[in-house]
Ligand binder design. Sequence first.
Ligand SMILES: C[S@@+](CC[C@H](N)C(=O)[O-])C[C@H]1O[C@@H](n2cnc3c(N)ncnc32)[C@H](O)[C@@H]1O
Length: 335
Amino acid sequence: MTSSMNDDFARLLSLKDTMTPWALRAVATLGVPDLLADGELGVAELARRTGVVPDALHRVLRLLTARGVFTEPTPGVFAPTTLSRLLESDHRPMSLRPWLDLDGAIGRGDRACVHILEALRTGLPVYERVYGRPVWEDLASDPALTASFDAAMATRATALAPAVATAYDWPSAHHVLDVGGGTGTVLAELLRTHPHLRGTLLDRAPAVTAARTSWGATAEGRRCAFTPGSFFDALPRGADVILLVNVIHDWADEHAVAILRRCAEALPPRGRVLLVEHVRDGDPGLLELDLLMLLVYGGRERDAADFRELGERAGLRLGGVAEVGGGLSVLEFLL
Ligand SMILES: C[S@@+](CC[C@H](N)C(=O)[O-])C[C@H]1O[C@@H](n2cnc3c(N)ncnc32)[C@H](O)[C@@H]1O
């Protein structure tokens, strides 16, 4: 083999890597980064505290150390790095632990992705084939799964909320309806930063109940209506801004248009629909997310022209697009 063939071989092998993603998820699930947060620990102690077999854990930690996730300052003793810090449960602004936890809703979705060929053959998500029902029904069937999904979304929303609160002319708005707003992290931040605003949070009942319980009694919560419901049904009226954060990418076009139509119907003549979404523009990082949206949710990542077309099909005109950071943009739609 020539040396360039050797390079290509090594590169392809690293691309097909089966074990690093699962090893990473395993340590996140076990909470190893939390155990190492205060410094180094031996593998026997780590295994004892996580209830696993020391030799197997050692082999996982060695792989992740080779990948730069931990260090091994002395043989059999492991220590944190800036990468493992991101997996600590209380890492701010956003912990990646709930996104890699194999016992949680996101890990459950990831585990379905081994059936990628099925998605290629059908163009449909594989989640239902693996778990017997579509993702939203599956989450609804198990309160613990629902809570883990909502918690993962809330960690991301915590990181995102301050940018959303400054990325729009909120002083000119009066009442924001956050559709599919989860446990309301973004809406609570908007109401906190803009005390003249009133809000309505609409999502599935468990998320709305959790939101009311956690921040309903705060000053922001007293200016908010907590409304369980489906965004495929008629939406509450009265808001001049309807916000959807990371909602539309969960859905294929026909469902996305149906949701946007419900928004258009609920909007007053000079109202606005704001989408906070990734806008596909050649960023390779989005390509992996795009496939995940297909395999788990049946959704997709879209470019600005796709969003414009979805809006037109729902009776909405795309006004402007502004970046909010974290790879996300605000897309403003008018009637
Ligand atoms: C990707 S999460 C985004 C949550 C939140 N906007 C955020 O950015 O953290 C999508 C949200 O849509 C909600 N959802 C799914 N189907 C729904 C439906 N039919 N009606 C209302 N909300 C729904 C989920 O409960 C979830 O909170």
